[in-house]
Design a protein around this ligand. Structure first.
Ligand SMILES: [Zn+2]
Length: 80
């Protein structure tokens, strides 16, 4: 699967192929249909002073999206 990653402490982002994560009891897997960028993503892209003291790399970027729930564990089903 491809993810947009801040892979190093410098400006820019990298679209890279990464392994699908192993899902734990508290995880949910979404198929992302659409995503957007916001001010936080721009800070991360530019690697500005706020980002340097706030973000640890590597980091997968993106927190505003629309998608479908492909999997949630029995633990999660009991919480819904
Ligand atoms: Zn945001």
């Amino acid at each position: 699967m491809e993810e947009l990653v801040k892979s190093e402490s410098a400006s820019g982002l990298t679209l890279m192929e990464v392994e699908k994560p192993k899902l734990g009891q508290r995880d949910v897997l979404f198929q992302v249909d659409r995503t957007g960028s916001c001010g936080t993503d721009l800070h991360i892209f530019n690697w500005d002073s706020w980002t340097k003291k706030t973000i640890l790399v590597p980091l997968v970027v993106g927190h505003e999206f629309v998608g479908r729930d492909l999997y949630h564990s029995e633990f999660q089903k009991n919480k819904l």
